[in-house]
Design a protein around this ligand. Structure first.
Ligand code: GLA
Length: 370
């Protein structure tokens, strides 16, 4: 049976600045990558659910809408929890799906801190919306994709990744106030300034990332409580943070409060059309804060950042949840090869596997391909 009715694409992201601020009700400034997940989808009316992925060729899942509602998820491959979680979440919210047929294929490196998971869940969510529930808003799509990860995969993420995948537009950074949901598209044309944004996928595993991520969330909640505010976003004066008695909570809060400030600063400079070279030191300050105060960096990430800066990058930082993953570096276009070589050499000297590197431009958010 030829069931194909369309193809949808949702991108991964890099966050220019604003790490670990989303679950503190703060600010983020991501852009979509020219890499994503394509979901080929078709309508079924027989109650069956079939999901396959090019990246998991031996793991095709066949079940039914009823079956999905009656448990047994532990038998299913982990990758399938993302698309099936999205399907289940549509149903749970009262959107009736008479059956689903999906084939997935992705180009975002897995586990690299570039939101391959959000690209996967968002590609499925927009496909299901177009096929079965056209009234669903972007905000609800983001919520469905996030809930799929939180509940059916068990990773307690914030909204950064899903918002970036759905709301980013080509040529722009997405400035998002997580509390209000207010967004602004800020032009980010590096080429005009002779600049390039390099990504190094360090290939280092997300060590302990899930447990540590939850721990950081809990520490932020405890710091906010000690400061008498609902969220760390509500800290008005950074001097308040220094009065926290517990040194660990003080460090965690210092990162979040200063990171929100860095997002606002970078957004302000770019909004006013500044030469992006001027934001370099703020990006690097973000890395130092994640490394020393939030303690989510890793030797490979620090090595890449240090080598990129020593080779002339204007700014460099780890992106995503941390404990491994990727680093960005803002460099002159004609320095891309020099910086790339420097990072590769530093990795070889440290005995790390060679990183993957690529230049990225702000790309389109999730959309239908055909
Ligand atoms: C992961 C989570 C996001 C966000 C980042 C850190 O990517 O999925 O919600 O918290 O970490 O900024």
């Amino acid at each position: 049976m030829d069931w194909t009715v369309g193809r949808w694409l949702a991108p991964g992201r890099v966050n220019l600045i604003g790490e670990h601020t989303d679950y503190n009700d703060g600010f983020v400034l991501p852009m979509a990558l020219p890499l994503g997940v394509t979901c080929t989808a078709g309508i079924r009316t027989d109650g069956a659910v079939r999901v396959s992925s090019v990246q998991a060729p031996c793991d095709e899942v066949e079940t039914t809408m009823t079956g999905l509602g009656s448990g047994g998820w532990s038998e299913l491959p982990t990758w399938a929890h993302y698309p099936l979680g999205v399907i289940r979440e549509f149903e749970r919210r009262g959107y009736e799906l008479p059956g689903v047929e999906l084939a997935l294929d992705g180009t975002v490196p897995l586990g690299a801190g570039l939101s391959s998971s959000a690209a996967l869940s968002c590609s499925v969510a927009i496909a299901l919306r177009d096929l079965y529930a056209p009234s669903v808003s972007d905000a609800e799509i983001i919520d469905i994709a996030r809930t799929a990860e939180n509940v059916y995969v068990g990773v307690p993420t914030g909204v950064l990744d899903q918002s970036a995948s759905i709301l980013c537009t080509e040529g722009h950074l997405l400035f998002l106030d997580v509390r209000t949901g207010a967004t602004e598209q800020i032009p980010f044309d590096l080429n005009r300034f002779g600049l390039a944004l390099l990504v190094f996928d360090t290939g280092s595993p997300h060590r302990l990332v899930e447990g540590e991520y939850s721990t950081r969330r809990a520490e932020c909640a405890a710091a906010a409580e000690a400061l008498g505010v609902p969220f760390l976003r509500d800290v008005r004066d950074s001097a308040d943070v220094e009065r926290l008695g517990d040194p660990l909570l003080r460090r965690r809060a210092r990162h979040v409060v200063s990171e929100d400030f860095r997002v606002l600063l970078v957004a302000e400079e770019l909004r006013e059309g500044a030469d992006p070279r001027s934001i370099g030191p703020t990006l690097t300050a973000g890395h130092i804060s994640l490394r020393d105060d939030y303690e989510v960096s890793a030797p490979e990430l620090d090595t890449a950042v240090d080598a990129a800066l020593a080779a002339g990058a204007y700014g460099s930082r780890m992106v995503g949840g941390g404990f491994g993953g990727s680093v960005i570096a803002l460099v002159d276009v004609d320095q891309v090869a020099t910086v790339t070589d420097a990072v590769r050499e530093a990795f070889a000297r440290s005995g790390f596997d060679a990183p993957r590197d690529f230049v990225v431009t702000p790309s389109a958010g999730a959309h239908r391909l055909d």
